[in-house]
Structure formats: structure tokens, C-alpha cells
Design a protein around this ligand. Structure first.
Ligand SMILES: CC(C)(COP(=O)(O)OP(=O)(O)OC[C@H]1O[C@@H](n2cnc3c(N)ncnc32)[C@H](O)[C@@H]1OP(=O)(O)O)[C@@H](O)C(=O)NCCC(=O)NCCS
Length: 276
């Protein structure tokens, strides 16, 4: 893996949204090449394009019994994942990349000739976010679309300390603060592979520092990780990575703030895209 990759698009969409960028993490004198992608498209377009980029084993996941919304999220997630992986492995065709669920539901990427690349992904409606990363650097992402009816549940799932910390540190209204906290914890749960099967307190956010459009967070029980989260109504997202792996833009690599710009653009276009 070298610097920012250039790759042909996984598929050419008419009304969809697609962004992808390479970024670098720096840890102990090493540079770790990573890439991210945020996409959204109507199910009809995803379905029409999928035969050109979906691996046969992935296509087998699309059973007839799958609800339309799940079919859309599965396809959007694979598309985002392959956009990101393609930047790190530009010589490999999207159809030759295969991302199947592991025993805990976690995405496991298989690329011919490459054993050290993995991917983490999340979806919200027809939108999906993916980060491709070296296996040596575990990462997790979350992407959420705010739903007013979920506010009570988000409040219940945040600890009193988290709510106080977020109110003191972040210049957002309560729904956005709660959504950022949720995204950070769900992204951490994906790094850990446990998902939300553990007591929520275990994933508690310990500290929050405001960033333009979002926040940086550390965790009470997992000091080895750091999260970055952004909100741009109606969406929020988070990326959790090892704390020691610093994310700086420059030299053609994207800064984390690119994610906020993407999220804002997605919010402006997604109403036209939602179909499932
Ligand atoms: C991980 C979890 C929080 C994701 O929640 P969600 O509402 O599906 O939300 P998102 O859209 O944010 O994320 C979905 C993606 O997370 C990834 N994912 C699922 N389970 C995961 C896990 N245990 N670890 C890491 N990533 C996981 C998958 O890529 C999935 O997308 P895909 O199914 O299209 O590949 C949730 O599925 C969960 O808690 N799973 C429990 C994990 C478990 O132990 N299951 C037992 C096996 S039956």
C-alpha cells in the first residue's frame, strides 16, 4: 500500500451519492494507509448495478426473503466498503473483493493476494459509511439518521455522566449530543466485535472535546481507543480507532473533517435518494 489510491468507480450511479478518500494514521513512526467512503443510492439503482460489482458469495446473501430496506443497506454497505478498499488495493476488481459476515456479524473482507486489509461499515436507510484499514489497526464506524421518536431511547441509553459531559463540552442541542454519544459507543462496539450485546455502561464515553461540527472522545473502559464524531442534521457518524494512531490530513490524505463535509452534502441530497 502506498499513498492515496486512484481507482475506477465501483459503479456509475445516476441519482446516488458517493464520496471516497484515502487517509493516513501515524503510530510509533509507522504510517497506516486507510480509506473511507460514504454512499447512498435508491434500491433500484443498487439492484441494477450490483451484478457488475458484487461477488457471487455476496449475491447469495440477497435472498428473496430479505426486506427491501435490508437489501438496500446490504448493497449500499458493500458498495461503500469496496469504494474504500479499492483506494488501498486499486488493482483488484470490485467483483473479486468479497465481504461476508463473520460469526458475530462483523464484516470480513477477502481480497486476492492481500490478507491484511479489513473493513468496518454502517448504514442508515439507503446511506452507508465504510472505513478500510490494515488488520493491525482495528477500527469501527457508525452512521445514524436522527429519528425524533428515538430520542427517549437515546436519553435512556446515555449515562447521567455522559449527558452531563456532553452538555458541558458540546455546542449542540440535546438530540444531536445524544446521537453523537450513541454513534461513538456503537462504533466502539464494532471495534470490539461485541456489538450492542454488552451492558451499555461498558462502552461509556469518558471525555469529550469539541471539534468543528463534532467531537473527539475517549472511553471510560477502553482507554486504548479514541473516537471522532460529526453531526450534520439529520445524520451523525463516528469513527473509532486506536488512540495511538493519530489522524492528520495533508500530503494528499484526507483529514477527518472531510467526513463532516460529506455528511452535510449527504443531508442535502438524501431526501431524493431514500426509496426503501
Ligand atoms: C453490531 C451492531 C451494533 C450493528 O447494529 P446495526 O443496527 O445493524 O447497525 P449498523 O448499520 O450501524 O451496522 C451494521 C453493520 O455492522 C457490522 N457488524 C455487525 N455485527 C458486527 C460485530 N459484531 N462487530 C463489528 N461489526 C459488526 C456489519 O458490517 C453490519 O452491516 P452488514 O450486515 O450489512 O455487513 C448490532 O448488529 C449488534 O449489536 N450485533 C450483535 C453482534 C452479535 O454478537 N451477534 C451475535 C451473532 S447472531
Amino acid at each position: 500500500m502506498t499513498g492515496p489510491g486512484v481507482t475506477s468507480p465501483v459503479f456509475v450511479h445516476e441519482t446516488g451519492f458517493a464520496r471516497e478518500a484515502a487517509f493516513a494514521l501515524h503510530a510509533g513512526g509507522r504510517t497506516l494507509s486507510c480509506a473511507m467512503s460514504l454512499v447512498a443510492a435508491p434500491l433500484e439503482e443498487l439492484d441494477a448495478g450490483a451484478p457488475g460489482w458484487l461477488a457471487p458469495d455476496e449475491a447469495a446473501l440477497l435472498t428473496k426473503r430479505l426486506a427491501a430496506a435490508r437489501r438496500q443497506s446490504l448493497l449500499a454497505g458493500r458498495w461503500a466498503a469496496k469504494n474504500a478498499l479499492g483506494l488501498l488495493a486499486p488493482g483488484i476488481a470490485a467483483r473479486d473483493m468479497c465481504i461476508l459476515p463473520g460469526l458475530f456479524g462483523q464484516p470480513v473482507a477477502a481480497l486476492p493476494g492481500l490478507s491484511n486489509l479489513q473493513v468496518t461499515l454502517a448504514h442508515a436507510g439507503g446511506a452507508a459509511l465504510a472505513v478500510a484499514h490494515p488488520e493491525s489497526c482495528p477500527m469501527g464506524v457508525d452512521l445514524e439518521r436522527a429519528l425524533p421518536e428515538q430520542l427517549g431511547a437515546l436519553r435512556e441509553q446515555a449515562t447521567p455522566r455522559e449527558r452531563e459531559r456532553a452538555a458541558a463540552a458540546l455546542p449542540f442541542d440535546e438530540p444531536q449530543r445524544l446521537l453523537l454519544l450513541w454513534c461513538l459507543k456503537e462504533a466502539l462496539s464494532k471495534v470490539l466485535r461485541c456489538g450492542l450485546t454488552v451492558p451499555f455502561n461498558l462502552l461509556e464515553v469518558a471525555s469529550l472535546e469539541p471539534l468543528p461540527g463534532g467531537a473527539r472522545a475517549r472511553f471510560e473502559n477502553f482507554a486504548q481507543y479514541e473516537g471522532i464524531a460529526f453531526a450534520a442534521a439529520p445524520f451523525a457518524l463516528a469513527v473509532v480507532r486506536p488512540h495511538m494512531a493519530q489522524w492528520q490530513g495533508g500530503d494528499g490524505f484526507a483529514s477527518p473533517f472531510v467526513l463532516h463535509d460529506w455528511l452535510a452534502s449527504l443531508g442535502q441530497t438524501e431526501s431524493a435518494i431514500r426509496s426503501a
